[in-house]
Design a protein around this ligand. Structure first.
Ligand code: F6P
Length: 443
């Protein structure tokens, strides 16, 4: 079945028993689950109407854009380096967007025009120490993002930055060099990040209280770094609106790509496919797959339910994972994502192609090759009885990425209803966070 959004086409034809044989998902179970997405779609529509799920209103929100613009401008003034601190949902969505501006794109990232972009989402003492020594601190701007304000990684990074600035004689400028993004102080509950930065007069943007980190890419959490990197953030939101539209337009579930994807994933889980692989054939979607891993894991891995997300990048991971995917257990659902790259990139000359014994390369572009590889991977998986869905994005830009990200947030929310879990909490992680702080205090 092909379901089409504005920027991409999703095809599930080769996921089913009827098309690929015993490794396929039983169609009857899928159809029953797709029917069950109708109440989930009603829930989303009602939550939208009553404004009970703020993430659904983000695509149309505009009043938070001026502060994002103003802060991005302030951060950029005289900046050679931007350092983004924030972990999990406080960093991954922004990274996903910033790949459109060549952030973390192999080889190219170093050639980005100033300012240099650094994401400190992992905590590593060697990295942090070395980076703070190498950064031109006077011209570096830091953004500390934490919804709760209490995440140990972000707090300790921020403390380290304050100390480094003070040691460099820049203590008086901390209020101009560090920016914060966190929930507003709520009643008596302390916001540690705000408490830490308040004495320096650090300006804060407010984290939306009703949008959790892994769903926050469309809020200022994703859009401030995106704007600072020069991206069209209105187009990101417009793309997200396009993913939501078929739901608000009351299309039947079979015409809602996110409902189709949710039913497919849950039917795959019911058929013993406990792994869901997202393999994207584009450098600029690599961080998006990392973002999706958190979204899927934290939203659905509860009460013994959920499936394990695995991310893969094409074609490179053909040379590391594909053997397992083709020859290992048939316990996976594959989503192969391709982009419109045919005809792009260097064109391969006849002589050199023939010299290396590959006359078929002659006259073709690198984009032709990668497009053929993505197609071949999907076909080979299906031929080997592996359940495959494909998603093709013709033009990967802000609009398309906004649509793609919203598609997966909706797919996850709908899947949570089918799995019977709450998509919006993460009780198990909280337990670990509390214990780690206890161990640290105990020495
Ligand atoms: O934005 P915060 O509150 O610092 O949390 C960071 C991340 O930590 C988690 O709470 C998990 O520990 C994620 O859900 C969240 O995205």
């Amino acid at each position: 079945m092909r379901t089409i959004l504005m920027s991409f086409v999703q095809n599930t034809d080769r996921a089913f028993f009827s098309s690929i044989g015993p490794g396929g998902i039983p169609e009857a179970d899928y159809t029953a689950l797709l029917e069950k997405t109708e109440p989930a779609l009603d829930w989303l529509r009602s939550a939208y109407e009553k404004n009970e799920l703020p993430i659904l209103r983000m695509p149309e929100t505009v009043d938070d854009l001026p502060p994002v613009e103003a802060t991005a401008k302030k951060m950029l003034e005289g900046a050679t380096d931007l350092v983004f601190m924030g972990t999990g949902g406080s960093g991954l969505g922004a990274q996903a967007l910033l790949q459109l501006a060549d952030y973390n794109v192999p080889g190219l990232a170093l050639f980005r025009p100033s300012p240099r972009l650094h994401f400190l989402d992992n905590l590593d003492p060697i990295t942090l120490d070395a980076l703070l020594k190498k950064l031109p601190l006077k011209t570096t701007r830091f953004l500390a993002v934490s919804k709760s304000g209490g995440t140990g990684e972000t707090l300790t990074q921020t403390i380290s930055v304050i100390q480094a600035l003070e040691a460099a004689g820049l203590g008086a400028d901390i209020g101009k060099q560090i920016f914060g993004l966190s929930e507003p102080q709520q009643g008596a509950k302390k916001n540690a990040l705000r408490a830490l930065l308040a004495p320096y007069g650090v300006p804060f943007l407010e984290h939306h209280t009703g949008v959790g980190g892994r769903f926050s890419v469309l809020t200022n959490v994703g859009l401030l770094p995106a704007r600072a990197a020069g991206l069209d953030i209105k187009a990101v939101r417009a793309g997200a609106a396009a993913a939501l539209k078929p739901i608000l337009d009351k299309k039947p579930a079979k015409e809602v790509p996110s409902a189709v994807g949710a039913a497919l994933n849950v039917a795959a889980a019911n058929a013993g496919k406990n792994v869901t692989v997202l393999m994207a054939y584009a450098d600029r979607l690599e961080r998006t797959t990392a973002w999706w891993v958190q979204l899927w894991s934290e939203s659905l891995g509860k009460d013994g339910r959920g499936t394990t997300p695995v991310r893969a990048l094409g074609p490179v991971d053909q040379h590391s994972q594909l053997q397992l995917h083709l020859g290992g257990p048939k316990d996976k659902l594959f989503t192969v994502v391709t982009v419109g790259i045919a005809g792009k990139g260097p064109k391969l000359g006849k002589d050199l192609s023939e010299r290396c014994g590959e006359p078929g390369f002659a006259g073709k572009t690198i984009g032709d090759l990668v497009a053929a590889q993505g197609r071949a991977t999907a076909d080979t998986l299906a031929k080997n009885g592996r359940a495959v869905r494909t998603i093709h994005i013709e033009k990967l830009d802000e609009h398309a990425l906004g649509e793609f990200l919203m598609h997966f947030m909706l797919e996850t929310m709908i899947a949570s209803k089918l799995f019977g879990v709450d998509a919006f909490d993460q009780p198990a992680v909280e337990e670990g966070k509390i214990l780690a702080k206890k161990y640290l205090a105990e020495g």
